[in-house]
Design a protein around this ligand. Structure first.
Ligand code: SF4
Ligand code: SF4
Length: 196
Protein backbone atom coordinates (compact mmCIF):
# COMPACT_ATOMS: atom_id res chain seq x y z
CA UNK A 1 0.00 0.00 0.00
CA UNK A 2 1.44 3.42 -0.97
CA UNK A 3 1.91 5.87 1.89
CA UNK A 4 0.05 9.17 1.87
CA UNK A 5 2.58 11.98 1.19
CA UNK A 6 3.22 14.30 4.12
CA UNK A 7 2.56 17.35 1.96
CA UNK A 8 0.43 17.74 -1.15
CA UNK A 9 2.23 19.24 -4.19
CA UNK A 10 0.45 22.60 -3.83
CA UNK A 11 1.29 22.72 -0.10
CA UNK A 12 4.93 21.95 -0.86
CA UNK A 13 5.03 24.63 -3.57
CA UNK A 14 3.64 27.21 -1.15
CA UNK A 15 6.16 26.24 1.55
CA UNK A 16 9.02 26.36 -0.95
CA UNK A 17 8.08 29.81 -2.27
CA UNK A 18 8.21 31.21 1.28
CA UNK A 19 11.45 29.43 2.13
CA UNK A 20 13.16 30.47 -1.09
CA UNK A 21 12.26 34.09 -0.35
CA UNK A 22 13.31 34.20 3.29
CA UNK A 23 15.95 31.49 3.67
CA UNK A 24 16.26 27.94 4.97
CA UNK A 25 16.59 29.17 8.59
CA UNK A 26 12.81 28.77 8.79
CA UNK A 27 13.37 25.01 9.10
CA UNK A 28 15.22 25.67 12.37
CA UNK A 29 12.11 26.93 14.14
CA UNK A 30 11.62 24.91 17.32
CA UNK A 31 8.41 26.65 18.36
CA UNK A 32 9.79 28.44 21.40
CA UNK A 33 7.15 31.23 20.90
CA UNK A 34 9.59 34.02 21.68
CA UNK A 35 8.41 35.79 18.52
CA UNK A 36 4.78 35.72 19.64
CA UNK A 37 5.61 36.73 23.21
CA UNK A 38 7.23 39.95 21.97
CA UNK A 39 4.75 40.88 19.25
CA UNK A 40 2.97 44.14 20.21
CA UNK A 41 -0.14 43.31 18.18
CA UNK A 42 -0.42 39.59 18.99
CA UNK A 43 -3.62 40.29 20.96
CA UNK A 44 -5.43 41.14 17.71
CA UNK A 45 -4.13 38.21 15.63
CA UNK A 46 -6.03 35.06 14.79
CA UNK A 47 -2.76 33.13 14.29
CA UNK A 48 0.25 33.99 16.44
CA UNK A 49 3.61 34.52 14.68
CA UNK A 50 5.02 31.13 15.83
CA UNK A 51 1.83 29.47 14.56
CA UNK A 52 2.28 31.20 11.21
CA UNK A 53 5.80 29.75 10.93
CA UNK A 54 4.57 26.29 11.87
CA UNK A 55 1.72 26.50 9.36
CA UNK A 56 4.13 27.60 6.62
CA UNK A 57 6.36 24.59 7.35
CA UNK A 58 3.33 22.34 7.03
CA UNK A 59 2.35 24.06 3.78
CA UNK A 60 -1.00 25.27 5.15
CA UNK A 61 -1.52 27.80 2.39
CA UNK A 62 -5.25 28.47 2.87
CA UNK A 63 -4.96 28.74 6.62
CA UNK A 64 -2.10 31.23 6.48
CA UNK A 65 -3.26 33.33 3.54
CA UNK A 66 -6.78 33.70 4.92
CA UNK A 67 -5.61 34.76 8.38
CA UNK A 68 -5.92 38.33 9.59
CA UNK A 69 -2.44 38.10 11.15
CA UNK A 70 -0.48 38.86 8.00
CA UNK A 71 -2.32 42.17 7.58
CA UNK A 72 -2.33 43.07 11.26
CA UNK A 73 1.45 42.65 11.50
CA UNK A 74 2.98 46.12 11.77
CA UNK A 75 6.41 45.06 10.41
CA UNK A 76 8.09 46.27 13.61
CA UNK A 77 10.62 43.37 13.44
CA UNK A 78 10.50 42.65 17.19
CA UNK A 79 9.89 38.98 16.39
CA UNK A 80 12.89 38.83 14.06
CA UNK A 81 15.14 40.39 16.69
CA UNK A 82 13.97 37.98 19.38
CA UNK A 83 14.23 34.77 17.38
CA UNK A 84 17.12 32.61 18.66
CA UNK A 85 17.38 30.95 15.26
CA UNK A 86 17.70 34.15 13.25
CA UNK A 87 14.48 33.54 11.38
CA UNK A 88 13.28 36.72 9.73
CA UNK A 89 9.64 36.37 10.72
CA UNK A 90 8.85 39.96 9.68
CA UNK A 91 10.02 39.10 6.17
CA UNK A 92 7.94 35.92 6.19
CA UNK A 93 4.91 38.15 6.92
CA UNK A 94 5.88 40.40 4.03
CA UNK A 95 6.14 37.49 1.58
CA UNK A 96 2.81 36.13 2.82
CA UNK A 97 1.12 39.50 2.28
CA UNK A 98 2.37 39.56 -1.29
CA UNK A 99 1.22 35.97 -1.90
CA UNK A 100 -2.18 36.73 -0.40
CA UNK A 101 -2.50 39.83 -2.53
CA UNK A 102 -1.63 37.94 -5.72
CA UNK A 103 -3.79 34.92 -4.92
CA UNK A 104 -6.90 37.00 -4.23
CA UNK A 105 -7.75 34.72 -1.25
CA UNK A 106 -10.41 36.10 1.03
CA UNK A 107 -9.09 37.85 4.10
CA UNK A 108 -10.91 38.92 7.26
CA UNK A 109 -9.23 42.33 6.81
CA UNK A 110 -10.15 43.17 3.17
CA UNK A 111 -9.45 46.90 3.52
CA UNK A 112 -5.81 46.47 4.54
CA UNK A 113 -4.68 44.94 1.20
CA UNK A 114 -6.49 47.82 -0.55
CA UNK A 115 -4.61 50.34 1.58
CA UNK A 116 -1.39 48.45 0.85
CA UNK A 117 -1.90 48.66 -2.92
CA UNK A 118 -3.02 52.32 -2.95
CA UNK A 119 0.04 53.23 -0.88
CA UNK A 120 2.39 51.41 -3.28
CA UNK A 121 0.67 52.89 -6.36
CA UNK A 122 1.14 56.38 -4.94
CA UNK A 123 4.85 55.76 -4.39
CA UNK A 124 5.25 54.25 -7.86
CA UNK A 125 3.59 57.24 -9.51
CA UNK A 126 5.46 60.11 -7.87
CA UNK A 127 8.25 58.53 -5.83
CA UNK A 128 6.57 59.56 -2.59
CA UNK A 129 3.17 59.36 -0.94
CA UNK A 130 0.56 61.93 -1.87
CA UNK A 131 -1.83 61.57 1.04
CA UNK A 132 -4.84 63.24 -0.56
CA UNK A 133 -4.96 61.07 -3.69
CA UNK A 134 -4.07 57.98 -1.68
CA UNK A 135 -6.99 58.52 0.72
CA UNK A 136 -9.33 59.36 -2.18
CA UNK A 137 -8.39 56.14 -4.05
CA UNK A 138 -8.59 54.06 -0.89
CA UNK A 139 -12.01 55.46 0.02
CA UNK A 140 -13.40 54.69 -3.43
CA UNK A 141 -11.91 51.19 -3.77
CA UNK A 142 -12.72 50.09 -0.23
CA UNK A 143 -16.31 51.35 -0.30
CA UNK A 144 -15.59 53.75 2.60
CA UNK A 145 -16.69 56.78 0.58
CA UNK A 146 -20.04 55.20 -0.26
CA UNK A 147 -20.58 54.29 3.37
CA UNK A 148 -19.64 57.76 4.61
CA UNK A 149 -21.87 59.47 2.04
CA UNK A 150 -24.74 57.30 3.20
CA UNK A 151 -24.15 58.04 6.88
CA UNK A 152 -23.21 61.69 6.33
CA UNK A 153 -19.91 61.23 8.18
CA UNK A 154 -17.92 62.47 5.15
CA UNK A 155 -18.35 66.00 6.59
CA UNK A 156 -16.06 65.11 9.51
CA UNK A 157 -13.36 64.04 7.05
CA UNK A 158 -13.80 67.27 5.10
CA UNK A 159 -13.43 69.38 8.26
CA UNK A 160 -10.27 67.52 9.20
CA UNK A 161 -8.88 67.83 5.65
CA UNK A 162 -9.46 71.61 5.65
CA UNK A 163 -7.72 71.95 9.05
CA UNK A 164 -4.76 69.93 7.82
CA UNK A 165 -4.60 71.89 4.58
CA UNK A 166 -4.57 75.21 6.43
CA UNK A 167 -1.71 73.99 8.59
CA UNK A 168 0.24 72.92 5.52
CA UNK A 169 -0.04 69.21 6.40
CA UNK A 170 -1.97 68.27 3.27
CA UNK A 171 -0.90 69.14 -0.26
CA UNK A 172 -3.50 69.57 -2.99
CA UNK A 173 -1.19 68.40 -5.77
CA UNK A 174 1.40 65.64 -5.66
CA UNK A 175 5.05 66.58 -5.56
CA UNK A 176 7.04 64.41 -7.95
CA UNK A 177 10.26 63.28 -6.33
CA UNK A 178 13.57 63.74 -8.17
CA UNK A 179 14.24 60.05 -7.75
CA UNK A 180 10.96 58.87 -9.23
CA UNK A 181 12.73 57.08 -12.10
CA UNK A 182 14.84 55.09 -9.67
CA UNK A 183 11.76 54.21 -7.64
CA UNK A 184 9.99 52.93 -10.76
CA UNK A 185 13.07 50.91 -11.68
CA UNK A 186 12.92 49.27 -8.25
CA UNK A 187 9.26 48.40 -8.76
CA UNK A 188 10.03 46.94 -12.21
CA UNK A 189 12.97 44.95 -10.85
CA UNK A 190 10.77 43.53 -8.09
CA UNK A 191 8.19 42.58 -10.72
CA UNK A 192 10.85 40.88 -12.87
CA UNK A 193 12.28 39.07 -9.84
CA UNK A 194 8.85 37.63 -9.10
CA UNK A 195 8.61 36.16 -12.60
CA UNK A 196 11.91 34.26 -12.28
S1 SF4 B 1 11.19 32.78 17.95
FE1 SF4 B 1 12.03 31.76 16.15
S2 SF4 B 1 12.37 29.64 16.80
FE2 SF4 B 1 11.01 30.58 18.30
S3 SF4 B 1 8.94 30.08 17.56
FE3 SF4 B 1 9.47 32.08 16.73
S4 SF4 B 1 10.33 31.62 14.73
FE4 SF4 B 1 10.36 29.72 15.87
S1 SF4 C 1 6.94 42.24 12.73
FE1 SF4 C 1 4.77 41.77 12.83
S2 SF4 C 1 4.68 39.72 13.71
FE2 SF4 C 1 6.70 40.52 14.13
S3 SF4 C 1 6.54 41.42 16.17
FE3 SF4 C 1 6.18 43.07 14.69
S4 SF4 C 1 3.98 43.13 14.42
FE4 SF4 C 1 4.47 41.17 15.39
Amino acid sequence: MSEKPLLLDSDRRFRNIVIESVGKEVFNCYQCSKCSAGCPVAFAMDLLPHQVIRSVLFGKKEKVLSSSTIWICASCETCTTRCPNEIDIAQVMDVLRQLQYESGCLTPQPKIPILHSTFLNSIKKTGRVHELSMIRNFSIKSGDLKEKLKKGTWKNDMKLAVKMFLRGKLKLFPHVSKGVKDVRTLFNQAQEHKKT
